[in-house]
Design a protein around this ligand. Structure first.
Ligand code: AMP
Ligand code: GLY
Length: 425
């Protein structure tokens, strides 16, 4: 099988690595890829993994690349090209695509659209008002009271949400957005549950937890995600079943009934509140950095799975299987992330960090005359597996300790509460 992976982040690095583990996958092209993908070693004889430059916003160029390569499958990683509709011209060209159409990707592209789908499908979520003027926003903010949850309606790379008890800060964020959602505050631990779907059948992965805030103890601003772990030892036994029945399947059914089937990865971000499971957000693609924790534990061959989803054949696919182990991912971010990440800092220690059971996935790196340097906010995602969360944490942090980037930041408490048994539902 020949697979083209679109994107250049840590999630795409993990996807390419996991695809390469599938014995059926002979060639992987990553476009544009990143310096980490470029040096990935083949997982079996005769396999090739290469990066190709492409302007992902130029959909016709991607179609030409996929056609010339003879791709059996195209996997579109990030939300921006999906929401912009990259999957559509690829499908029109007769190419199997893992990733939703522009119409279905609106589940992430517009929070108001997602709320509408959830209301129609009776999917539990926080109550919310969609506001288009500062006056409407102020009224909604006062109707809910603190803590205030203010969400930019459109794509914002994980930075469009402000949760604050400061009314002026809430009003200021609302004023900066064209259309804004003011939402009821949801307490309780958060869970990310990903489903592979072909628009009809839903195959849930195992749950993971993401750390959105920049600093330890969930302090500081929201980010794209500073770390993740899986599985969740504290999760109720029937959690995946419950979320599949109440959230994932009804959402997939609703989108199909609307004539805009969702095929690809449906990401549910959830809060386990005292009143039950509530959807915080949907995304239309693999989450970052949860994917970097999940894929090293997935036993099911990824190429065959994503191809079955792309071809509408998931009903015949076996349920996913997982290694009986734990994984922890720690993001190493650039100085001044998320406000104004510094670029061009030299990165050393990656090779020393990559011992057995550790993967250093590149997210914001570039080559400057053969020297690896920072080129984005989240620079590396360091993933380690272990027999339990304690061991995975130790390995992940030992690896992070090998890496040197001037001014870099990382959290020291990824998976700590879970490993200590301090999370309760
Ligand atoms: P989102 O981009 O919608 O996932 O929001 C980013 C983060 O903001 C989430 O992971 C939560 O930590 C927090 N958040 C979003 N919505 C709510 C809410 N209604 N109540 C409490 N926290 C929220
Ligand atoms: N982990 C958060 C996201 O992928 O949006």
């Amino acid at each position: 099988m020949k697979v083209l992976v679109i994107g250049s982040g840590g999630r795409e690095h993990a996807l390419v690595w996991a695809l390469a583990q599938d014995p059926e996958v002979e060639q992987v092209v990553a476009a544009p890829g990143n310096p980490g993908i470029a040096v990935l070693r083949p997982a079996h004889d005769g396999q090739t993994i290469v990066c190709r430059p492409v302007d992902v916003a130029d959909h016709q160029a991607v179609v030409v690349l996929a056609t010339e390569f003879g791709a059996d499958l195209v996997v579109v990683g990030p939300e921006t090209p999906l929401v912009a509709g990259l999957a559509d011209p690829l499908r029109d060209a007769g190419i199997a695509v893992f990733g939703p159409s522009a119409a279905a990707a609106q589940i992430e592209g517009s929070k108001a659209f997602a709320k509408d789908v959830m209301a129609a499908a009776s999917v539990p979520t926080g109550r919310a008002y969609v506001c288009t003027t500062p006056e409407e926003a102020a009224e909604a903010i006062d109707a809910f009271g603190p803590p205030y949850v203010v969400k930019d309606d459109g794509l914002a790379a994980g930075k469009g949400v402000v949760v604050t008890s400061d009314r002026d800060e809430a009003l200021a964020h609302a004023a900066g957005c064209e259309q804004v959602l003011i939402e009821e505050y949801l307490d309780g631990p958060e869970v990310s549950l990903f489903a592979i779907t072909d628009g009809t059948t839903v195959l849930p992965m195992q749950p993971a937890q993401d750390f959105k805030r920049l600093a330890d103890n969930d302090e500081g601003p929201n980010t794209g995600g500073m770390g993740a772990y899986t599985p969740l030892p504290w999760a109720p036994e029937n959690l995946v079943e419950e979320i599949t029945d109440k959230v994932l399947q009804p959402t997939v059914d609703e989108l199909r009934h609307r004539g805009t089937p969702f095929s690809g990865l449906l990401y549910a971000g959830l809060a386990l509140t005292s009143r039950g499971v509530r959807v915080i957000e949907f995304n239309c693609r693999f989450g970052d950095p949860e994917t970097q924790a999940l894929l090293p534990l997935l036993k099911t061959p990824l190429g065959g799975l994503l191809l079955a989803a792309a071809n509408g054949k998931l009903a015949d696919h076996e349920p996913l299987t997982w290694k009986n182990a734990a994984a922890v991912t720690v993001v190493v971010a650039a100085k001044k992330y998320p406000a104004n990440p510094r670029k061009g800092d030299v990165i050393t220690g990656v090779e020393q960090a990559e011992v057995d059971g550790v993967h250093v996935f590149h997210a914001g790196t570039a080559l400057d005359d053969d020297e690896l340097v920072t080129s984005g906010g989240r620079v590396l995602a360091v993933s380690a597996t272990g027999k339990d969360l304690d061991e995975a944490r130790q390995r992940a942090y030992a690896a992070v300790g090998q890496i040197r980037i001037k001014g870099s930041q990382h959290r020291t408490d990824i998976a700590l509460k879970a490993a200590r048994g301090e999370i309760t539902v």
